[in-house]
Design a protein around this ligand. Structure first.
Ligand code: ASP
Length: 317
């Protein structure tokens, strides 16, 4: 019986290792996906998701997350939630609601508190230092504050053919208070239909939401395209459209998987992602845009992995 999971960025690797083991033993996609994203949220050195995530302009960590069940299209989401350890778990619980399934700001935080989700101060000393340094740098230069972002997004298929998608993100570093990206938005940050497949995104939310790219990839897979063909078509055609009509396209990267466990990826920047299926043990890949509307995919080298490890743990002055 088939199973699989695909997720954005190298940071999903440890979670996917656990999920692969669990899915092979019959764990549901619902639990495997939540566990995968929680592992990323809990790791303090990932500065764009959960604990250790970088704050907004005011130094406040505002988190976005979403969870979608591809069997019944249930969606739960939170945006701008504060000091809640696992926003993905709150999103999953909300997905069971007929009403009030997407909560923002203080309403999302109050809901989490009322429902006994663990609360902790999500701003680590390291993230605070990076924020303070950036405020200093911005005084002396014209630096764009918007970097240091990366959402964890995952799509998961279990042995019972159920599929789930989810995202979690601290959004853009130095974002304005209340800014929400694509990650909690259905169709933009994620989409899944168990009878077809799912997709999820990372990159500049303001541009991703212009193209509803996750939905578009699922729609194309539903028309019979392979996941790779669907990702290439949706992502590069939209990139070209934005470049033509607006003069430029922000960075964006999408991963997808169909209900047979086949997967695809497309990106307009160098992008790492992680996959495991019943046929393939967990692997970290790098993707780059190729010639025309194609994607070059290679396994991450040991050198790349070592440099990554060094970079995320480098002391902050
Ligand atoms: N998509 C996220 C946002 O715009 C950021 C990212 O994935 O890099 O909030």
């Amino acid at each position: 019986m088939k199973w699989g999971i695909i997720a954005t960025w190298r940071m999903a690797y440890e979670g996917i290792m656990g999920a692969a083991e669990d899915l092979s033993q019959g764990l549901s996609a619902k639990d495997a996906l939540e566990n995968t994203i929680k592992a990323v949220e809990d790791y303090p050195f990932y500065k764009s998701v959960g604990y250790g995530g970088l704050p907004n302009e005011q130094g406040i960590v505002e988190l976005d997350a979403a969870y979608m069940d591809g069997d019944n299209f249930n969606i739960g989401a939170v945006a701008g939630i504060q000091d809640v350890k696992n926003p993905i778990s709150v999103a999953r619980k909300l997905s069971n609601n007929r009403f009030n399934s997407f909560l923002v700001g203080s309403g999302a935080t109050a809901y989490a508190q009322k429902n006994n989700f663990e609360r902790i101060n999500m701003l680590t000393e390291r993230a605070k230092k990076i924020w303070e340094n950036r405020l200093e740098e911005m005084k002396n230069s014209n630096l764009s504050p918007y970097d240091g972002h990366d959402t964890v997004g995952a799509v998961c298929l279990d042995k019972n053919k159920s599929m789930v998608a989810g995202t979690s993100s601290s959004g853009l570093f130095m974002k304005k208070q209340g800014r929400v990206g694509d990650s909690p938005l259905s169709g933009s940050g994620f989409y899944v239909d168990s009878e077809i497949g799912g997709a999820t995104a990372t990159g500049l939310g303001e541009d991703l939401m212009k193209g509803c790219l996750s939905y578009e990839i699922v729609r194309l897979m539903g028309e019979g395209l392979s996941p790779q063909a669907a990702a290439d078509k949706a992502v590069y055609e939209f990139h070209d459209k934005l470049a033509k009509r607006k003069g430029k396209a922000g960075a964006f990267s999408l991963v997808c998987m169909n209900n047979k466990g086949e997967w695809g990826v497309a990106t307009n920047v160098e992008f790492s992602f992680v996959v495991a299926t019943d046929k393939e043990s967990p692997k970290i890949y790098l993707a780059n845009k190729g010639e025309g509307h194609t994607t070059i995919i290679e396994e991450a080298s040991q050198e790349w992995l070592d440099a990554y490890e060094e970079r995320i743990k480098r002391p902050i002055q």
